[in-house]
Design a protein around this ligand. Structure first.
Ligand code: ZN
Ligand code: ZN
Length: 360
């Protein structure tokens, strides 16, 4: 693995060079994991040309030494910000980049104080994310396994959907099966929404009991070997009425169209538009209240955004979700979500369980 981290740090070097930075301060755990393999939750990584230094506190020292061989490790003395400031002064690093979305105003103030006048702080958002967006073959292999596990867990949960069961019980069983399957946990809070609650795209599980003739939305994902998956299926408990069938057909067609639009060189906005256009045809577009999808990887929401007007273009190695839905207040909602990897010559659907309306 250490060769992988060296290659990634080298790629970051190039970005630092282009941004005319002497160093980049990395404070986001997913980013330092990507560059070093360190899985601790507290610390900072300072990447500068040809070298990188990880700072963390005594709780993580043994772990950091075991997990990282490609970078220097320094144990934190005093506060983290003081330790960072000391290192920048020792190494005479002057132009230092930071990500304004990952550091608080108070932290930046402490950093300025700790580094003294010596350092110029430059806003440099998203540099590591720009590398993470393109998945290497080994990362894609992990994402296939994470997607497979999510599909298996969802398939298992369908068997438990019987009138009388609560959303909480189904969510608990889902998260138990994730762990049984080797996941370190859910990639986000599992969504189990019955009936009217399925009209809330981000419903939290409650004590609500399932009744006959209700829609059920299950949206879940695992973290397996550090990589996330994210899948949604919609179920009708009973024989679905014609309008529910029609809504599901529309969403399924919208999803199929968006997946068909995915490809290297295609803009994210065009993928979003492909889904939306189908729903316009069914006069359901105003019930599709969120964007079509998001990037997926070490985090469940990462670049790129597959949304209206996004000009960023998909490239080989990108992984995105495609998840159109329609939500009818007072009735319920329908969403279908799959994870899709972009290759030069094809699109690979990572989540491979059936997408048709399930009637139980
Ligand atoms: Zn989801
Ligand atoms: Zn999603």
């Amino acid at each position: 693995m250490s060769a992988t981290f060296k290659i990634r740090l080298k790629a970051l070097d190039q970005l630092l060079h282009e941004a005319r930075l002497n160093a980049l301060l990395i404070t986001h755990p997913a980013n330092w994991y990507y560059l070093t393999g360190f899985t601790g939750e507290s610390g900072a990584l300072i990447a500068s040309k040809g070298s990188a230094t990880l700072i963390s506190d005594g709780r993580f020292t043994t772990q950091a030494r075991e997990e990282t061989s490609s970078v220097r490790y320094v144990e934190q003395k005093g506060s983290l910000m003081e330790s960072i400031g000391r290192l920048l002064r020792e190494k005479s690093l002057r132009r230092v980049g930071f990500d304004p979305s990952q550091i608080s105003v108070a932290q930046l103030r402490s950093l300025r104080k700790a580094a003294r006048v010596h350092t110029e702080w430059i806003s440099a958002p998203g540099l590591v994310e720009a590398l993470r967006i393109r998945k290497e073959p080994a990362e894609l292999a992990r994402m296939r396994r994470a997607a497979k596990l999510a599909g298996d867990v969802l398939t298992g949960a369908l068997k438990l959907l019987k009138p009388g069961v609560t959303e909480n019980e189904i969510a608990a069983e889902i998260e138990y099966q994730m762990r049984r399957g080797g996941a370190s946990g859910p990639a986000f809070e599992t969504i189990v929404a019955f009936g009217e609650r399925a009209a809330l795209p981000h419903a939290r599980p409650t004590a609500k009991r399932l009744r006959k003739n209700e829609l059920v939305v299950l949206d879940l994902g695992v973290i397996l070997a550090h990589y996330c998956s994210d899948i949604t299926r919609t179920v009708y408990v009973g024989r679905a009425p014609a309008r529910v069938k029609q809504w599901h057909k529309a969403v399924q067609e919208a999803q199929t169209a968006a997946i068909a639009a995915v490809g290297a060189g295609v803009s994210c906005g065009d993928v979003d538009a492909a889904a939306r256009q189908i729903l316009v045809g069914y006069k359901l577009d105003r019930y599709f209240t969120h964007s079509t999808g998001h990037g997926l990887g070490l985090e469940v929401h990462e670049a790129p955004r597959v949304a209206r007007g996004q000009t960023a273009r998909l490239e080989s190695g990108f992984v995105v979700t495609i998840e159109p839905g329609v939500y009818m207040a007072g009735v319920g909602g329908i969403r279908i979500e799959d994870d899709v990897a972009v290759h030069t010559d094809k699109t690979e659907i990572l989540t491979r369980i059936p997408r048709d309306l399930i009637e139980l």
